[in-house]
Design a binder for this molecule. Structure first.
Ligand SMILES: [Fe+2]
Ligand SMILES: [Fe+2]
Length: 234
């Protein structure tokens, strides 16, 4: 892992090389947008899909936390002067993981179990980030992402108690999971090399993707489910 001096404040940030500033802006923007998309297309609509008052309450909590994650990352973006224009989603390259058309409670539970696991890996990779305000947000966010993935695992576990429920969860996994490994970006990525050069991130995309796929397998194994084959990632 590369060493880079800690950058303690937004003020210090502006004294870093332009390449460093660009890299931090990119990663904060990406987290702020991902948190917002996820909350809008999955978590908030899932409140209506939740089958019991208890499930609705917990889903409300998840949705509230995901919006809060966006707010936290957006605050970081504001502190370093990311413009409103830069915070617009990139129309040319929509993030494939958010294009899944959520329609059922089983799908939402599978998304939390496997999608939020991907988010856990992304946040873990920032726990030693050289930009301290970002490291701090990652550390605050981490337990909540763990709660979301556990929420998914627990509710999938409940659904898997019946044969029909298990078949529906397996079907959701089969349709959601193939897009998930692409969330980690391409192998040999130049952006990722810059993130590592400045100790903003720790691991290569391909290392994270391999780890994700192994951890996703562990998660579904616990429920007696299988991951579908995915085409080998680039
Ligand atoms: Fe989140
Ligand atoms: Fe989450």
């Amino acid at each position: 892992m590369s060493k880079y001096p800690e950058v303690k404040t937004a003020d210090d940030f502006h004294h870093q090389p332009v390449e460093y500033q660009e890299a931090v802006r990119k990663i904060i923007r990406s987290h702020a947008l991902n948190e917002l998309y996820g909350a809008q297309v999955f978590d908030e609509p899932a409140i209506a899909l939740a089958p019991t008052p208890y499930a609705k309450w917990l889903t409300c909590r998840v949705a509230m936390e995901e919006y809060h994650h966006h707010v936290r990352f957006k605050e970081l973006a504001d502190q370093i002067g990311v413009s409103a224009d830069e915070m617009q989603p990139d129309k040319k390259r929509p993030l494939n993981i958010f294009e899944f058309p959520l329609q059922t409670w089983e799908e939402f539970c599978a998304i939390k179990m496997l999608g939020d696991l991907a988010e856990i890996l992304q946040v873990e990779d920032l726990l030693h980030c050289s930009y301290l305000p970002l490291r701090n947000v990652a550390r605050i966010t981490m337990p909540e992402e763990r709660f979301h993935a556990q929420f998914g695992l627990d509710f999938c576990g409940d659904l898997c108690e019946t044969r029909e429920g298990k078949a529906r969860v397996q079907d959701a996994v089969n349709r959601f999971y193939p897009g998930a490994p692409r969330f980690f970006g391409s192998s040999g990525s130049k952006n990722n090399a810059i993130f590592r050069k400045y100790a903003i991130k720790m691991r290569k995309n391909e290392e994270m993707r391999d780890d994700y796929m192994a951890r996703a397998k562990d998660a579904v194994d616990k429920l007696g489910l299988r991951l579908p084959e995915v085409p080998l990632a680039a």
